[in-house]
Design a protein around this ligand. Structure first.
Ligand code: GRF
Length: 209
């Protein structure tokens, strides 16, 4: 089993910016909408990330670990050490704007999630809303997936569809998708915890372990 069913699953949330997904997830946990979980740590790679204040306001433990010109591997080693020190079981990337090193992924394989504002595998990487508008799709949405070495490419856990409306701009589409992201991340974390505690069967390749 991925998580010990006698213990609360300790979440570590990684952010780089405004942190609205982190807030939504933390609030869902406090409201009891993600069973058997607590937010044990918020890590930012940016000292001025707005999300840090929002985490502190909620009484969450925060740490800033900046890259400071180091290699990705060295930076990630410090983050992994902080995650272990804080006994983190499940890592949630929430607007964390860096690719993870293989070492980081290996250390937490099957226990790192990410949220992306498109219906993956469509429109991975940067500017997904612009990619969706340029492609002329009738609907886009958001995806929570397990993180592996590929860019936004790991096994998909949950997705939600959002219609693209006539006259949508990147901002208007992003705002509507963001509302759905805030619901979806908590649902996906709750689901992974259920799987990981052995409370729900594996389904196809959704659960990668
Ligand atoms: C979200 O759209 C998320 O899907 C993407 O980056 C954005 C972060 O927003 N990975 P926030 O920092 O959670 O407000």
């Amino acid at each position: 089993m991925l998580f010990n069913s006698d213990e609360v699953v300790r979440l570590g949330i990684l952010i780089s910016g405004r942190g609205s997904n982190m807030v939504a997830l933390a609030d869902a946990v406090s409201a009891g909408r993600v069973a058997h979980a607590e937010v044990a740590l918020v890590v930012s790679d940016q000292a001025d990330a707005a999300g840090l204040d929002r985490a502190r306001e909620r009484g969450l433990k925060t740490i800033v670990i900046e890259r400071r010109g180091r290699s990705r591997e060295d930076h990630d080693r410090e983050i992994v050490a902080a995650l272990h020190e804080n006994r983190i079981d499940l890592v949630c990337l929430a607007g964390y704007m860096r690719l993870l090193s293989t070492e980081f992924v290996d250390e937490f394989r099957g226990r790192i999630l990410n949220i992306h504002p498109s219906l993956l595998p469509a429109f991975p990487g940067l500017h997904p809303h612009k990619q969706a508008l340029d492609a002329g799709v009738a609907s886009s949405g958001c995806t929570v997936h397990f993180v592996d070495e590929t860019l936004d490419g790991g096994p998909i856990i949950l997705q939600r569809t959002v219609a693209v409306l006539p006259g949508d701009t990147e901002d208007s589409l992003a705002a509507r998708i963001l509302e759905k992201e805030h619901e979806l991340y908590a649902e996906a974390v709750a689901k992974v915890i259920q799987w990981g505690r052995g409370e729900e069967g594996k389904r196809g390749k959704m659960f990668p372990l």
